[in-house]
Structures are given as structure tokens and as C-alpha cells.
Design a protein around this ligand. Structure first.
Ligand code: FES
Ligand code: FES
Length: 190
């Protein structure tokens, strides 16, 4: 008499991974509808009502009327929307506004000290580093950050670390001159 054996297939469990019932607690879900998001921009705290899918760029421009960051490609390719989050440059079109809660956002509007331009803004003026000016806010945010990052030793390095910022007017040589001038002035001040 033959016995039939029934084999059951069990889903393999990866060692170290929790069972479904042991899943780690997840953060409270917000959205997909409108939620309140708190953003600190240039030192001012703002509460806005947005869907969690809204980009930082749209939150700034459409909800806070902070229009320095420009929308070029909206795909992370042109750098026109560059801002700093906790001092680090990011393309705001690919950054979710909700992910910036608890962080400091700085836009080109936050560079000047009252009527006194930031040295990089002044250098852009003196070196004729912009034409239409559309890319300029993003160029400025990158240019300042790249010196602080230590990426301005020579022209090749400046070009490489500014390469995420596209200028349709091709003001590149003058942008490089402005960056060199600020770099040299800050080195002289050390
Ligand atoms: S608009 Fe963000 S990189 Fe072009
Ligand atoms: S100055 Fe016109 S796009 Fe750069």
C-alpha cells in the first residue's frame, strides 16, 4: 500500500528579518490629501497646507511666494532650482517639501544681509557673470557651497563641481571668474 505524502511549500523566511506580524512600527501616515507642513526658510518658520507629493520648489514658489529658485527642467538636470538644506545644496525640484521639516532651507533670498549683497552676489555683478539671470540664483547657491566644500582649487575643479548648473546664456567664463575672485579673497582673509 502506498502512502501519498503531501508536501507543503512554506515561504522562506530570511533570517534576521521580522515576520509580518513583527513589523517595526511605522511613522504615522500623512496624506495623500492635504496636510500641514512646517518649513523653515531663510530663518522664518512657515506652516503650509500641501499634499505630501509637493516638491520643495513648488512649495517655495507657489505657496510661499519665494521665487528666487527657478523652475527650469523640473527634472534635476539644470540646477536652476538649487537651494541649501542644512547648508547642503539640493535640487529643490526633486526634493519633497515634507522631507524638509525640521531642517533649514536657504534660498537665494537668504544670502544678502539687508541691502548688503553676499560677496558672491557682488562678484557676479562685478564679473558680469549673468546675462538673462534665469540660472543665476541656482549658480549662486552652488558657487558659495562649492568654496565651502573645498572644491574650488582650480578651474577644472570649479567647472566639475558647478557642472550641475546649466546656463543657456553660456556665462560660464564669467561665473568662473566670480568664483575665483571670492575664493582668492577668502583665502587672503585666512
Ligand atoms: S528645475 Fe530643478 S534641476 Fe532643473
Ligand atoms: S544667465 Fe541666462 S541662463 Fe544663465
Amino acid at each position: 500500500m502506498s502512502h501519498q505524502t503531501t508536501h507543503r511549500t512554506h515561504t522562506a523566511r530570511v533570517p534576521g528579518q521580522p515576520r509580518a506580524t513583527e513589523a517595526a512600527p511605522v511613522a504615522a501616515e500623512r496624506g495623500p490629501g492635504t496636510v500641514e507642513v512646517t518649513l523653515t526658510v531663510n530663518g522664518t518658520v512657515h506652516d503650509i497646507e500641501i499634499e505630501p507629493r509637493v516638491s520643495l520648489l513648488d512649495a517655495l514658489r507657489e505657496h510661499l511666494d519665494i521665487t528666487g529658485p527657478k523652475k527650469g527642467c523640473n527634472q534635476g538636470a539644470c540646477g536652476a532650482c538649487t537651494v541649501w538644506v542644512d547648508g547642503r545644496r539640493v535640487v529643490s525640484c526633486l526634493t519633497l517639501a515634507i522631507s524638509c521639516e525640521g531642517h533649514e532651507v536657504t534660498t537665494v533670498e537668504g544670502l544678502a544681509d539687508g541691502d548688503e549683497l553676499h560677496p558672491m552676489q557682488q562678484a557676479f555683478v562685478e564679473h558680469d557673470a549673468f546675462q538673462c539671470g534665469y540660472c543665476t540664483p541656482g549658480q549662486l547657491m552652488s558657487a558659495i557651497a562649492l568654496i565651502e566644500e573645498g572644491h574650488a582649487d582650480d578651474d577644472a575643479e570649479i567647472r566639475e563641481w558647478m557642472s550641475g548648473n546649466i546656463c543657456r546664456c553660456a556665462a560660464y567664463p564669467n561665473i568662473c571668474s566670480a568664483i575665483r575672485a571670492v575664493r582668492d579673497a577668502s583665502e587672503g582673509g585666512r
